[in-house]
Design a protein around this ligand. Structure first.
Ligand code: NAP
Length: 466
């Protein structure tokens, strides 16, 4: 009798595509299932692991980045293999993964960004927060992006989430305070030349609905050169928001308290300002000679929708907020993978509680599962992905126990990649590269040195292999 997938004789062969938090938490959940023997092959298009923790979490938030220690420990499991520098859809097709694995978990996050969809978005000086974040983090996709920081004195950041906090803080913080982090060298160099002294943070709703965490805005207020400036009329809550706030998490109440206290402080005397604006929705980006010069906003009042949630209702009142640089930080979107269904409206992989669908509203696709942002959309902190991935793994185990959801592999990924001459980065390769990045960084007084060019990274990997 052939042993069943998941037994000691025939471990369950699982591919996890993507090596960010949701991918690692899926591996952890699989390894923890009692009685299940799993072989996990984690695939990443980059030569380096850790997804958003490496390429998204801000360089001055090393405490958040330290979560990789947990992932490194997981990777020591004998059933774990890493294949970096392997792009699904190019080096290997989705249909070929079906021939190599029993189950496939998509942990591909949301790598693109939402557009504002207003006139002027194509002007020079208008950027996505995604590019800026990737750029300062040394993400290979964004290394060649140019931000004209030297000729800008005022920037505007659209959106009131934690990404807008990261972007605002990096723009306003002293570069000296970033020098010892793992910030990309090209970014530090440009930030040293930056003339940005003022950032307008544009929220389309009020202080009670701000999506940022209190400690993020508090961190900006603690910067030695920066005043957080809030207009008293915009800090004051409307009657719906005041009632609504009573039922919200403590973090929303802490934000409101912080913002109203700052409204009382006025302009302050520090040389750099974060102007937190509320109930202002961008309607147009204004330009001169092809460059952005201002954000035209429409003022709004908040009115409850059918669920009682305060939503902006536009007033016939407009304002032009000067800005030489504009960053949209209004959320992320998934990028479609050829051979895998994509929900264009939500920007995610269509799924039923983690089981991938053939198409939006379609049947479940055998053997395919999804975790993290690609499953639920771009929400939550790093740790949110742990229970989320565990929930998908529970569906996988339930399907396995019921004899469904398993593909019938007849090939192996390693052999396929070798046949094609794909130079995949193993976990051993990464361990060496990791030590190299830390050593070269340390020699220059930095946490680590990141090489943002894939070719150069691969050259280092090959040298380190000896
Ligand atoms: P987010 O938390 O969803 O915030 C998006 C913001 O954009 C909201 O304020 C939203 O306002 C606004 N927005 C959306 N469409 C808009 C439009 N057309 N015009 C104006 N404003 C618009 O998203 P995020 O900041 O990208 O963060 C993604 C996730 O990563 C979040 O869960 C975040 O907490 C997490 N993250 C955490 C950290 C950290 O812990 N340090 C750092 C970065 C990111 P409405 O509320 O009105 O829709």
């Amino acid at each position: 009798m052939t042993p069943s997938p998941g037994s000691a004789e025939r471990p369950l062969r699982v591919a996890i595509v993507g090596s960010g938090p949701s991918g690692f938490y899926a591996a952890e959940a699989l390894f923890k299932v009692a009685g299940l023997h799993a072989q996990v092959d984690m695939i990443d298009r980059l030569p380096t692991p850790f997804g958003l923790v490496r390429g998204g979490v801000a360089p001055d938030h090393q405490n958040i980045k330290s979560v990789v220690k947990v992932y490194q420990k997981l990777a020591e499991n004998p059933g774990f293999r890493f294949h970096g520098n392997v792009r699904v859809g190019k080096d290997v097709q989705v249909a070929e993964l079906d021939q190599c694995f029993d189950m496939i978990v998509w942990a591909i996050g949301c790598e693109s960004d939402q557009k504002l969809g207003i006139p002027g978005e194509e002007l020079e000086g208008v950027h996505s927060a995604t590019s800026f974040v990737g750029w300062y983090n040394g993400h290979p996709d964004h290394r060649t992006h140019r931000f004209d920081l030297a000729r800008a004195t005022r920037a505007a950041v659209v959106g009131n989430g934690n990404v807008s906090m990261d972007v605002s803080r990096i723009l306003l913080k002293s570069p000296d305070a970033l020098a010892s982090t793992d910030i990309a060298d090209h970014a530090l160099e440009q930030l040293r030349r930056s003339s940005v002294r003022e950032v307008s943070l544009l929220g389309r709703r009020g202080p009670a609905q701000a999506a940022f965490s209190p400690k993020e805005i508090e961190e900006i207020a603690e910067l030695p050169d920066v005043d957080v400036v809030v207009r008293a009329d915009e800090a004051a809550l409307d009657e719906y928001s005041a009632k609504w706030l009573e039922k919200q998490a403590r973090s929303a109440q802490r934000n409101v308290k912080f913002l109203s206290e700052h409204a009382a402080l006025g302009e302050g005397s520090k040389p750099r300002k974060l102007r937190a604006r509320f109930c202002v929705a961008p309607v147009e980006l204004l330009g001169r000679e092809g460059r952005v010069v201002a954000v035209k906003v429409q003022h709004a009042v908040l009115v409850p929708d059918s669920t009682g949630t305060p939503r902006p209702q536009m007033l016939d009142r407009f304002e032009e907020i000067p800005a030489d640089l504009v960053f949209r930080a209004i959320g992320y979107r998934g990028v479609p993978i050829p051979g895998l269904a994509h929900d264009e409206r939500k920007g995610i992989v269509p799924n039923d509680a983690g089981r991938v669908l053939e198409k939006v509203g379609g049947a479940v696709r055998t053997g395919h599962y999804v975790v993290g942002w690609a499953k639920r959309g771009p929400s939550g902190l790093v740790g949110t992905n742990s229970p989320d991935s565990k929930a998908t793994v529970e569906q996988m185990v339930a399907d396995l126990q019921q004899g469904r959801g398993v593909l019938a592999p007849s090939a192996t990924l390693g052999a396929l990649l070798q046949q094609r001459g794909v130079d995949a980065v193993s976990w051993q390769d990464w361990t060496k590269l990791d030590a190299h990045e830390v050593a070269t960084g340390s020699a220059r007084g930095k946490v680590r040195d990141k090489q943002p060019d894939v070719e150069a990274l691969m050259a280092t990997v090959r040298t380190l292999r000896g």
